[in-house]
Write a protein that binds this ligand. Structure first.
Ligand code: SF4
Length: 362
């Protein structure tokens, strides 16, 4: 039985050699700049690598330096972010860039404490920047690393509890190859992405398979353990495509979502929400919001059959959305909505949910 330190050294050695030989040449791995690491890591949170690559290239092209991102408007950033979901990440990225420029002269800080001040930079992204960009000896643990560590050491601590996560971070710190932190951390992540897959891990190809406790016990697919799923509650949303026919042009009404709810800063059609209770068309037409909406239009004609419906899953919510059409001859007075030509909707960032509804009516 090897000692713990010799076991850790053997894993570091095998993992490092495997990473050198087999890692994917992802664009952010060619970049040495901490700004590029920040960009890629924020984009990749909750996003698959294949999807993230296109967004990464577009961001680098639009904002080649952190100063460019800091100087962009929120609308510009959200328009590029459109489709990635979790829009607070895009907003935080821009605010982080502004702090980096104003407080750190455009260079990402080198300490965990300073990086923690940046909006959207949590423990994982902090460890990624310090180790990938600066090769400093800090661990980092993402979903791939949780899975690899849990199997390698047959840990049954739940990865979705604070107590469990502490165990994995402590282990990642102990296992860290302090001479090669960037290669080591990226090696663990890459191993989880390519070999130690959630289902049917490729154990015969695994560089650390000889040391894997779960493999020896045949319990790979039972790990990692999660304590339990949070309840997903419904949310009903009724959108209205208000088409105004004026002087031969078709326009529609949109507005920017404000407040602290989901998707703030993005654009949407007039909306009525009924929380967790669905509304019949009759009930919808009896709401105060509907009366107000129609009252602001000239000669409105409401079509009671939805143009499209769409289900959209958020982490704790299952949104059931419907899109209705209202034709009208124009506005009856002043409005808080923006009136835009219908063909110019692509110049505004909408939530994916609305894009999906729109695709269904094309
Ligand atoms: S041997 Fe299998 S379960 Fe263990 S770390 Fe490698 S791929 Fe994962």
């Amino acid at each position: 039985m090897p000692s713990v330190s010799s076991l850790y050294r053997a894993i570091q050695r095998e993992l490092g050699a495997w990473y050198d030989a087999h890692h994917r040449p992802l664009p952010w791995r060619q970049a040495v700049s901490a700004y590029h690491v920040l960009l890629s890591e924020i984009i990749l949170q909750q996003t698959r690598v294949e999807q993230g690559i296109g967004y990464y290239h577009r961001f680098v092209e639009a904002f080649p330096r952190v100063e460019d991102l800091a100087g962009a408007t929120e609308d510009e950033v959200l328009l590029l972010w459109q489709g990635l979901g979790y829009y607070s990440r895009g907003r935080n990225l821009r605010r982080a860039a502004q702090i980096i420029v104003s407080d750190y002269g455009g260079e990402l800080p080198h300490t965990p404490e300073e990086l923690s001040r940046l909006p959207g930079v949590g423990p994982y992204t902090r460890g990624a920047i310090l180790s990938f960009a600066y090769d400093l000896p800090y661990p980092t643990v993402d979903g791939n690393v949780y899975r690899v560590l849990s199997r390698l050491f047959a840990l049954t601590d739940p990865i979705d509890t604070t107590a469990g996560q502490r165990v994995y971070w402590a282990l990642a710190e102990a296992l860290l190859d302090r001479a090669h932190p960037s290669r080591h951390n990226q090696g663990l992540i890459e191993l989880g992405a390519l070999i130690c897959l959630p289902r049917r891990p490729l154990c015969v190809e695994c560089p650390v398979g000889d040391y894997c406790e779960a493999r020896q016990r045949g319990i790979q697919e039972q790990l990692p353990v999660k304590q339990g799923r949070t309840e997903v509650r419904p949310r009903y949303m009724y959108y209205f495509l208000v088409r105004l026919q004026t002087e031969g042009e078709t326009s529609c009404l949109i507005r920017r979502r404000e407040g602290r709810d989901i998707w703030h800063g993005l654009y949407e059609y007039p909306l009525i929400e009924s929380g967790e209770t669905p509304l019949s068309v009759e009930e919808l037409c009896e709401t105060k919001e509907f009366t107000q909406l129609l009252g602001g239009l000239r000669s409105p004609s409401f079509h009671p059959t939805p143009l499209a419906t769409q289900t959209h899953r958020l982490s704790h919510r299952l949104i059931q959305a419907s899109l209705y059409l209202i034709d009208c001859a124009g506005l009856a007075g002043a409005t808080d909505y923006l009136v835009i030509p219908e063909g110019e909707q692509t110049s505004y960032a909408f939530p994916v949910l609305i894009q999906r509804l729109r695709e269904k009516i094309r």
